[in-house]
Design a protein around this ligand. Sequence first.
Ligand SMILES: C[S@@+](CC[C@H](N)C(=O)[O-])C[C@H]1O[C@@H](n2cnc3c(N)ncnc32)[C@H](O)[C@@H]1O
Length: 327
Amino acid sequence: MNETSAGKIMLVGIGPGSVEHMTQRARDAIAEADVVIGYVTYIKLVADLIEGKEIIRKSMTEELDRAVSALEAARAGKKVALISSGDAGVYGMAGPTYEVLFQSGWTPDDAVQVEIIPGASALNSCAALVGAPLTHDFCAISLSDLLTPWPTIARRLDAVAMADFVVALYNPKSGRRTRQIVEAQRLFLRHRRADTPVAIVKSGYRRRQNIVFTTLDHMADADIGMLSTVLIGNSNTFVRHGLMVTPRGYANKYDMEEGGATRDGERAGRSLSTGLLGWLDTLQAEHAAGDSIELLAARHRLPADYIRATLEEPWEAEAPAAEESEA
Ligand SMILES: C[S@@+](CC[C@H](N)C(=O)[O-])C[C@H]1O[C@@H](n2cnc3c(N)ncnc32)[C@H](O)[C@@H]1O
């Protein structure tokens, strides 16, 4: 134990589970800790760094216990490394730890310091293994109903399926939770094509790594387990030469087959002609031509009250801004 410094809790994200994909700060934090707390599998992954340290191994369901143990040790002046796979702030220990800290009356100016050390989350690691599926808007949904009501999960699945996000499903299936992935598939198929690309990465960057490409209609039949992440593409995602890619949208503005020439009506560094301002022009023209709010709402798949407010509120085109990067 380091007697001279105040206690500290370090929430260490160790990445997917291979030493090469752990950050230097994660390694340093584990090396400087007096106490290392974590799920047994993750402790094994950093076995070379923890010799001579106090080790508190906890099982999967003891997250709050782990946070309480960390706080007790830190209050006793120790430096504690609380290990999470991936990133500690993504379905990890960072949230439960702050909840336990706040409940104990801790504030950021307390003698016990807290540091969160970011790591590559499963969605980063799994995406890297299958190509470039997350290069447009995406979100993560956990199918675990251990702490979240199913209607909440189902509503989120339905919303993001409808809104055409690329989705990373965490905790998709376990020995006891086998039906959730089937329900997720059912909800997605209400909005998405059956041949939407899906990649399933099991144990990414670990010894038993397994990658399967499939489609939405076959997703639930695949080999999926506790250590799998399921990546569902959006309506533009494709698989070519064994790589899953979601286009950034360059083809909307540039003719890729014509050497990247800008398409008619488009300008580099400016919003698309169907960007906000162009779309408002279209909407006004359609409405002026007699299309009802309800018809416009259905056509653009947006709420009628949003269409109404957009048409009713006068707006002025902003002065052209400086060229932007195409983000
Ligand atoms: C409790 S969450 C922890 C997530 C972690 N904090 C992160 O940022 O990746 C556990 C889920 O993460 C995903 N996961 C974690 N490590 C993985 C890996 N090496 N390969 C694939 N999926 C992984 C799986 O979906 C698993 O069910």
